[in-house]
Design a protein around this ligand. Structure first.
Ligand code: ARG
Length: 416
């Protein structure tokens, strides 16, 4: 017998290299709060079902609260020998209260335990992400209103296309982020089901009350099929997808702002508080924050791809490969939270050089489409009008004057 919780059938100790390799503690320790939350409710359910004495359940709940506080204060070391956060907490509990602690795992497996913890973590983090997305929407809504009359050049293919307003530009991002929020809300409805009580995969012969734990933990219901409950990581892959789309939006915005901050374009001036200098070139003021957001989006897409690839060939039910997927979840959550946290004040700090935007918008041929449409209203067939305005532009370029000058010239000649 070894010193492991599961060591009954084992004759020799785990090789330290295998222990280190198996351990998820370096990353899954972030689940401790959720693990304790789940265990408290599990203990209460066991007592309700007569599987634990009331005083045993009470002792467990009190000790778990103490353990949470101790971990908060950094009093427990995350050593590899504990294998994962679930075993670490259980062993601290047993050390603290002895026998009742040994009964906590009744009717439970780490398979339904980790499935529960990950769902609780993901659900909780989605609240934080939604809060920040809401703040970002407020920022975009304010800018959209403030700049509703500030003309700027609109681009397609990064070539000047038609005039738009700076307000419309931010209105577009407002729409994107609102859709991101609604995607996240949909995901929350779909994922909010409890795996607890599914055991290793086949439920339990003990009279567990799965509905009770689901309700206590704020789930809409239980995941009915116990094999599904421990195997499913759809919600994790889906959240990686939802967050990937948010990151696409943040990255595209970053790209535009980086271009707008170039000396050549100069549509915006970066606030010193959110820009960085160069260790060599005294003239530099760099948009590092935006570049990092753009770069971090790549890592988030990597997590999405990893989560899909980790799952794609796994036979039912639980396989240890799934532990690798947890890191994808933590990675996307941490990244999107840090990007949103800095993007909101960054956008609020930007100085918009609206005069310059207006000057650039009126200096090219951005009004070509409007002039074409005026001809259409006068009865000129669209294709003829298109051709005519095209030839006016060629003429304006040759003569080095504006499109309006050429239009006036032709109107004058026609009226003679
Ligand atoms: N640390 C594991 C994970 O994150 C917990 C589940 C382990 N289950 C098992 N049967 N080995 O997936």
């Amino acid at each position: 017998m070894t010193n492991k919780i599961w060591g009954g059938r084992f004759k020799s100790q785990t090789d330290p290299r295998a222990a280190e390799f198996n351990s998820s503690l370096p990353f899954d320790h972030v689940l401790y709060r959720y693990d304790i939350m789940g265990s408290k409710v599990h203990a209460a359910m066991l007592a309700k079902q007569g599987l634990l004495e009331k005083d045993e359940a009470d002792a467990i709940v009190v000790a778990l609260a103490e353990i949470e506080d101790e971990i908060d204060r950094g009093l427990h070391e995350f050593k590899d020998e504990y294998e994962d956060i679930h075993m670490l907490i259980e062993q601290i509990l047993v050390k603290k209260i002895g026998n009742p602690g040994k009964k906590l795992h009744t009717g439970r497996s780490r398979n339904d335990q980790v499935a529960l913890d990950l769902r609780l973590y993901a659900r909780d983090m989605s609240v934080k992400i939604l809060e920040l997305l809401g703040e970002l929407c407020d920022t975009f809504a304010t800018l959209s209103k403030k700049h509703q009359n500030d003309i700027m050049p609109g681009y397609t293919h990064l070539q000047q296309a038609q005039p738009i307003t700076l307000g419309e530009y931010f209105g577009a991002y407002l729409c994107m982020i609102q859709r991101d929020m609604s995607r996240m809300e949909d995901w929350r409805k779909r994922m909010n089901f409890s795996p607890l009580g599914a055991g290793a995969l086949a439920g339990s012969s003990l009279p567990l009350d799965r509905k009770f734990t689901a309700q206590e933990l704020g789930f809409s219901d239980v995941i009915k099929n116990t094999v599904d409950a421990v195997s499913d990581r759809d919600y994790l892959m889906e959240l990686c997808g939802v967050i990937s789309i948010i990151m696409v939006h943040l990255s595209r915005l970053s790209e535009d702002l980086i271009i707008w901050a170039t000396q050549e374009v100069s549509f915006i001036t970066l606030d010193d508080a959110f820009a960085t200098g160069s260790s060599l070139m005294p003239n530099k003021k760099n948009p590092d924050v935006l570049e990092l957001i753009r770069g971090k989006s790549g890592r988030v897409f990597g997590h999405l791809m990893s989560s899909l690839t980790i799952m794609k060939a796994l036979p039912l039910a639980y396989n240890k490969d799934m532990q690798e997927g947890s890191e994808c979840l933590f990675g996307v959550v941490n990244t999107v939270l840090s990007c949103l946290t800095v993007m909101i004040p960054f956008v609020n700090s930007i100085v918009f050089n609206t005069e310059r935007m207006k000057t650039i918008a009126s200096s090219g041929y951005l009004n070509a489409t409007r002039i074409l449409e005026e001809l259409v209203l006068k009865g000129v067939p669209f294709r003829d009008a298109h051709h005519r305005v095209g030839s006016y532009i060629a003429e304006a370029m040759e003569k080095g004057c504006t499109l309006e000058d050429i239009v006036r010239l032709h109107e004058y000649t026609q009226s003679q």
